[in-house]
Design a binder for this molecule. Structure first.
Ligand SMILES: [Zn+2]
Length: 323
């Protein structure tokens, strides 16, 4: 990497994402750490050891969070320097605080039960969801919220914030104009497809995501710095592939809805193709949760565009094609 840019490889044990890329830009006075890993011992050790290898003075660390997910934010309050700042978009800053309350998850899980998720699986999820257990503690310290177009400067590099809602309601990429670095967070990933799911505060998540992809098209980049796995490929090519993936997914969902009207989203998700090699019944419950969220984002997209409709019957929401 460049002399003042480091990639820290943080393992996410037992998680299909496999790793988180944390990035460090060192500067003379302050340094910027971008994303942190879960609040878990394995992540904490990896981050501690790799920061030590760079020789950065941890007291000079400010932290930028691409989005609210706990694999990115979990350790932020523990690693920010004394008097340092934790940057996050206004929207995800509010979302993160909301996600730290039990009520938020209870409401979401109830909604998922109405979408067909079996209650006993939801009960298991309640105990196992890392979004609850590995989220940051003592969140409020030093938090500074950012808006689209805001600029930060570290190590002689000016970084522009690009708001890219979709993966989360306030996901933000960081772009350095000189050198042309794009920290793409989970908005554009290369070896895996970013998860797009329904959000209470973003009723058309997939529509927002596709719009945000267009926002990056044509951006000149020398270095692509995604939130997970390796940096490869060309930005515009990858944007095209991600758009194609969702077009394909939308058609798949339409076919499933059309083949038998009145299925629940849980039943529809169970018939979609997933990269995990196991049957839907054997899917780990956490992965089912993401799969259902992803299915709902596609159903919402189709419903808003007049292709399908939803009806609630006996406490369950069922989907059918519109003629
Ligand atoms: Zn994420």
């Amino acid at each position: 990497m460049a002399t003042n840019l480091w990639r820290l490889d943080i393992p996410l044990e037992g998680n299909p994402l496999k790793n988180l890329n944390s990035y460090l830009i060192t500067g003379e006075e302050r340094s910027l750490l971008i994303d942190t890993g879960f609040r878990q011992d394995s992540c904490r050790r990896a981050l501690t050891d790799q920061l030590a290898e760079t020789g950065v003075d941890r007291e000079t660390l400010d932290i930028f969070l691409t989005h609210l997910h706990s694999d990115h934010t979990g350790l932020a309050p523990d690693f920010v320097g004394a008097g340092g700042r934790i940057y996050i978009s206004e929207t995800d800053g509010a979302g993160l605080r909301l996600g730290l309350t039990d009520g938020y998850w209870r409401d979401m899980y109830e909604e998922y039960v109405r979408e067909g998720f079996p209650r006993e699986e939801i009960d298991r999820l309640w105990l196992a969801n890392p979004a609850q257990g590995a989220a940051p503690r003592n969140w409020s310290a030093g938090c500074v919220t950012l808006r689209d177009g805001d600029r930060l400067s570290y190590g002689g590099v000016t970084l522009r914030c690009i708001l890219t809602p979709g993966h989360t309601p306030g996901h933000m990429c960081l772009y350095g104009e000189e050198p042309r670095w794009l920290f793409s967070g989970d908005h554009v990933l290369f070896h895996i497809t970013p998860n797009i799911c329904r959000w209470q505060s973003m009723p058309d998540a997939l529509g927002c995501y596709l719009e945000s992809l267009e926002k990056l098209r044509g951006l000149p980049t020398e270095r692509l710095l995604p939130g997970h796995r390796k940096e490869t490929g060309d930005l515009d090519t990858r944007i095209g592939q991600l758009e194609e993936h969702h077009r394909h997914r939308l058609n798949e969902v339409l076919d499933i809805v059309g083949s038998a009207p009145g299925r629940t989203a849980y039943e529809i998700a169970g018939r979609m193709r997933w990269s995990i090699r196991s049957t839907w019944r054997e899917f780990p419950v956490q992965q089912k949760f993401f799969a259902l969220g992803e299915c709902l984002a596609h159903l919402d997209y189709l419903e808003r565009r007049g292709r399908i409709c939803r009806r609630e019957r006996d406490g369950l929401i069922r989907y059918s094609l519109l003629p």
